[in-house]
Write a protein that binds this ligand. Structure first.
Ligand code: NCD
Length: 346
């Protein structure tokens, strides 16, 4: 594995290995404190972030390495119009590995095609956020002891929420999971994800009501309505208060439920829920450091040029206005499934 830009960039076996390594680092952090001495991680963040950027920087430092980068394009040459391809070619000479967050879908994937160092997707527009998914999977293992057989509710903005896109796709590698998608009609999970789950034989229920489904859930994954992804601000205002998890609602939930959230929350979980032992979102953020340590170590230690996948043949230009290939001069590539190589749009 050379780059990590989407949740299907790693096999189920590799994902298990990473999670196993992350648990070991969690238990024996001192054993790893020198493993990346002399290595540099670049964090290229074109979009705001607290947890993801700081946890990547914390991860490389806890491995004995160092971090450099930018947070926001104002201070970088991106604001002068530099392309992703050029930026990452330059960064390849300054760092050994990089984590990229981009507002456009397919930004990190584009970087991976021009980079000489491993590229990690730290969130691209409304598309994917695969390292958050690793943190989510480790949280499930730590606090539920298993992933197979769980009934998992995802609630909120399932249309634009990249964390739930990556998580749902990664969970489709496990068995016997029941998915309950709780969202307003306008914010439903993209059809390509729901179709993939259904075609693999998973039970997928779509509902508007949190109250109605809460008693049946083993896991509730709350999400923020993604204000910055709406084209029409009034649509956001209408939908922003769709769901609120509060202690009163939790009284109907199972005693071993776990409540997750990638954070930041902006009103969908009442602060009084924090004291409930079922609230695991702060633990989830803590565990993210260990999965990112495991990922950095694995990519740095296993990298070889020959891992690079061949490019698919070129095809028609992508029609997704949020795809990086509609903003930067990039060749159009279609995968064998006829989706855009960069953003996955059909
Ligand atoms: C998420 C993100 O950036 O997609 N946050 C995170 O990385 N932990 C979720 C969000 O912004 O709502």
């Amino acid at each position: 594995m050379r780059h990590f830009t989407a949740s299907d960039d790693f096999s189920a076996e590799m994902s298990d290995k990473l999670l196993g390594l992350a648990s070991d680092i969690l238990k024996n952090p001192a054993d790893y404190s020198d493993r990346c001495r002399g290595k540099i991680l670049a964090t290229l963040f074109y979009e705001p972030s607290t947890r993801t950027r700081l946890s990547f920087e914390s991860a490389i430092m806890r491995l004995g390495g160092q971090a450099l980068g930018f947070a926001g394009i104002e201070s970088s040459s991106v604001s002068k119009g530099e392309t992703m391809a050029d930026t990452v070619r330059i960064v390849s000479s300054y760092a050994d590995i990089c984590a990229i967050r981009h507002n456009l879908e397919g930004g990190p994937k584009t970087a991976s095609l021009y980079s000489r160092i491993p590229v990690i997707n730290a969130g691209d527009g409304g598309h994917e956020h695969p390292t958050q998914t690793l943190a989510d999977l480790l949280t499930l293992l730590e606090y539920r002891g298993r992933i197979d057989g769980l009934t998992i509710g995802m609630c909120g903005d399932l249309k634009y929420g990249r964390t739930v896109h990556s998580l749902a796709r990664a969970l489709s590698r496990y068995s016997d999971i029941k998915f309950v998608f709780i969202c307003p009609q306008e914010l439903e999970m993209p059809a390509y994800i729901t179709d993939e789950l259904v075609s693999k034989g998973f039970s997928v229920e779509v509902s508007r009501s949190l109250e109605q489904n809460l008693p049946n859930l083993d896991v509730l994954y709350m999400t923020r309505i993604q204000k910055e992804r709406f084209d029409i601000p009034e649509d956001y205002d209408r939908l922003k208060d769709s769901y609120l998890l509060d202690p009163q609602k939790l009284t109907a939930a199972k005693s071993d439920l776990i409540v997750m959230h990638p954070l930041p929350r902006v009103g969908e979980i009442h602060p009084d829920v924090d004291a409930d032992s079922r609230a695991k979102y702060f633990d989830q953020a803590r565990l993210a450091v260990y999965v990112r340590m495991a990922l950095i170590l694995t990519l740095l230690e296993s990298t070889s040029e020959s891992d690079a996948k061949p490019l698919p043949p070129s095809g028609a230009p992508c029609r997704n206005p949020k795809c990086i290939s509609t903003h930067e001069p990039l060749p159009a590539y279609k995968t064998p499934e006829d989706s855009c190589l960069y953003c996955g749009a059909q």
